[in-house]
Design a protein around this ligand. Sequence first.
Ligand code: UD1
Length: 374
Amino acid sequence: MRWRILCVAGARPNFMKIAPLLRAFADDPRFEAGLVHTGQHYDDRLSRVFFDELAIPRPDVDLEVGSGSHAQQTAEIMKRFEPVLEREQPHGVLVVGDVNSTIACAAVTAKFFRREPFRAFGRTRKRPLVIHVEAGLRSRDLDMPEEINRMLTDAISDLLFVSEPSGMVNLAREGVGPDRAVFVGNVMIDTLLAARERARSSPVLTTLGLGERAYGLVTLHRPSNVDDVDALQRLLATLAGLGVHLVFPVHPRTRHRMQSAGIALDPERWSVCEPLGYLDFLRLQASARVVFTDSGGIQEETTVLGVPCITLRESTERPVTCEQGTNQLAGTSPATIVAAYQRIDEIGRAGRVPERWDGKSAQRIAAAIADALA
Ligand code: UD1
């Protein structure tokens, strides 16, 4: 008998995490893995391009939920995922990260009973294992929808795979011990290390007319930064005042806000473009003088690339990137952003790569799941 694991991905930051996991399952004949795409992100530039570039197999199931309010999106994923469990009868459901697709599928799985019992952790059970990859991260900011998704998903997971030491500490505080939580490193970095060489041949610098280390790369999509037009305008003005040329691939959420508020950026200072594919974006990060972001994953990627990162948020759930890596948590006020910018040369040289961010995290996860099911 093979262990059937359903892997769930729905939004852009999920795709680079799921790619190495699907490969690790495919390399181990004891597993039979399927992929469910919830359709939370549906634009080619947020979804299809990652499947093509990272050789992710076509999803076995596409729930096609699309956009909506948090409740609508989460509820719709739950409604459409339950019949998939009924049909597929998996031994485990693996969810990654902290998006609405993560909590929606974890919650449905946690209350689902298979027709046939199976063995896990040395006992017989009928509920598929809920497996959370990137567990334990905490920003302690309950205004972030992702923080709610993280806490709820971890609370109902059977196996929690942790990317950095802070995650183990957070989980221990919440009563989750080493019987359920395993420090495996960072699957997003598995993907980065595997693609790094290929990204070097991306033509994106030439296409955008950019020189090595001659620009700052900007990404912004957190509701707290972009949904309030005044806050967004202030941030963009602060960045434009730093004096470095800025490259800004604009997330659809941000583009909608900018369009409706009539915000236009000076082409002398800004190169504005659509969201980019994985390889082009990796090349842009690797060659940037500095990256300004409110993303979680980019804080980690810049740490591995040794590129200074300035995080435009008040908190981070990824403290290792500040303690050991190249990240500075600058908040969103002009004074702190300017101060962080003045320190980039010093910070960039001091960074190192965190433990177990070594390209082997997905293999560790597959091995630990096999142990739990043996
Ligand atoms: C979601 C995740 C966030 C992640 C981000 C990466 C949650 C709560 N948020 O935020 O953690 O960092 O993805 O991108 O799950 N839209 C499109 N095309 C698409 C998808 C969305 O145009 O393919 C537009 C829609 O107008 C939509 C808006 O973007 O309403 C926001 O999309 P949504 O999935 O709700 O959240 P993100 O802001 O992308």
